[in-house]
Design a protein around this ligand. Structure first.
Ligand code: SF4
Length: 453
């Protein structure tokens, strides 16, 4: 029997998997642990408890989550760890099976139980368990706690403006996991932004499953445009970036609002998934066909200089070679600045999983690589056009070397997905959060090289 540490001051190792939305949940979990008097440790081998905040929306994410939980359980066998807590999408999605399938873990918490993790941790430290706290369909909406730790690891933060999703894309398990769309009150988001900016954050990345849906469930007139305006009224030098839009949510009013507020980055992340009408219909995104077709041209005409990121899904049931060629031509013609490509993963309980005419996995993977190759040729032309151009730069890590070489990003690059900009000549005193004018000199893959001005 392992010796029980005193509850206060016991150390918890937190492993956060998945997307930025899950990272924000991890920030909530950590706040709950702090409220219970617990501490964090970055070293899992010295943790009294290990917490794995999981992702489970596709097979790869599930496998990564299960591996992380089993690894934590193995550490429990060997080290001081007294319990393993599993939170997030995996227990929420498999709430009826997981406790039986993974008896090595000690506690499973659903999404609506995030704020109870501190109590659960204390119970495990007292020797109680196993614990299962998964209330069923996710319906709650959490406000960020005052003691929130920002896990993003730079002068930027993710701000979750809504939870859940009201779309029913045929391939997607997320609505079944995260529940219906629910938007946070606008004034609470503004208060959170003020608090983050007050402690040195320079970039607010607005996230949810569909950020352009923000406010549609509210009766107070708030929507993404009013939210941007309210955030802009805070004033001062910072960036606002909108991530995860839906094609039919990119209205002209939204584009005009973005263009009118200096803090808002001319950057849009809009997953189109596909371009072929038949595939979009099978994906249950048929209502976006026209929006997808004209999106790049319309957005660039209305918001000059906008940077476009999108995501495509290849290998969906019904995607013939002709439909895939349609997508290739679309990607080539659209000149997206950033592109992510996923291969279809049949998710149980989703309509797409039951469809016939699914391309083989090897075909889907080949199409994924082909589409990325197309994108690479697309990217070479703008690289030449941008060489020598000026831009605004935000330093993320302290500069090194005698002339101050530092890594950061520009408005053209979202955190974690769009690469970095490496800038020389920033000076030895350059610190994270510093702004600088730069001039691009070259591109390396998705990264840029530049000199400070
Ligand atoms: S909009 Fe996104 S989260 Fe919502 S169902 Fe479609 S793919 Fe899933």
């Amino acid at each position: 029997m392992k010796k029980a540490p005193r509850n206060s001051g016991a150390r918890v190792g937190v492993i956060s998997l998945g997307c930025a939305k899950n990272l924000v949940d991890s920030e909530h979990l950590i706040a709950s642990l702090f409220r219970a008097g617990l501490q964090l440790t970055a070293n899992p081998d010295e943790a009294d408890l290990l917490l794995v905040n999981t992702c489970a929306f596709i097979r790869d994410a599930r496998e990564e989550a299960i591996d992380a939980v089993l690894d934590a359980c193995r550490r429990k066998e060997k080290g001081p760890c007294r319990g393993v807590i599993v939170t997030g999408c995996l227990p929420q999605r498999y709430r009826h099976q997981l406790a039986r399938a993974m008896p090595e873990a000690d506690a499973f918490l659903g999404l609506d139980a995030l704020d109870r993790v501190g109590d659960v941790a204390l119970r495990l430290l007292r020797g109680e368990g196993p614990i299962r706290d998964i209330p069923g369909e996710a319906v709650r909406l959490f406000e960020p706690p005052a003691s929130r730790v920002v896990l993003s690891g730079g002068p930027f933060a993710y701000v979750k403006i809504a939870e859940g999703c009201d779309h029913r894309c045929g391939f997607c398990a997320i609505p079944g996991i995260r529940g219906r769309h629910r938007s946070r009150p606008q004034d609470k988001i503004v208060a959170e932004a003020e608090e983050l900016l007050g402690r040195g954050i320079r970039e607010l990345n607005l996230i949810s499953q569909d950020s352009t849906f923000y406010g549609r469930d509210r009766k107070d007139g708030a929507d993404l445009c009013t939210l941007l305006e309210a955030l802009g009224r805070i004033g001062g030098r910072f960036w606002i970036r909108i991530l995860y839009g839906y094609p039919n949510g990119i209205t002209n009013r939204l584009l005009d609002t973005m263009g009118a507020i200096p803090q808002v980055c001319r950057y849009l992340d809009v997953p189109v998934q596909h371009s072929h009408p038949d595939v979009l219909r099978l994906m249950r995104r048929g209502g976006t066909t026209r929006d997808v077709a004209c999106l790049p041209e319309r957005v660039r005409a209305r918001l000059p200089g906008v940077v476009l990121r999108t995501t495509c899904l290849v290998g969906h049931p019904g995607e013939s070679e002709a439909a895939f060629r349609h997508l290739k031509r679309y990607v080539e013609a659209s000149s997206f600045d950033h592109l992510g490509v996923f291969a279809f993963s049949p998710e149980e309980g989703t309509p797409s999983a039951g469809l016939k005419a699914r391309p083989r996995s090897a075909t889907a993977e080949r199409r994924r690589e082909e589409l990325l190759d197309v994108q690479q040729t697309v990217l070479d032309a703008p690289a030449l056009a941008w060489t020598g151009a000026p831009d605004e730069f935000l330093l993320e890590k302290a500069a090194i070397g005698p002339d101050g070489t530092g890594v950061g990003r520009t408005r053209r690059q979202a955190p974690d997905v769009d690469g970095h900009t490496l800038v020389t000549g920033l000076g030895r005193r350059a610190k994270p959060g510093m702004w600088s004018g730069i001039r691009y000199t070259a591109r390396q893959g998705i990264d840029w090289l530049a000199t400070a001005e």
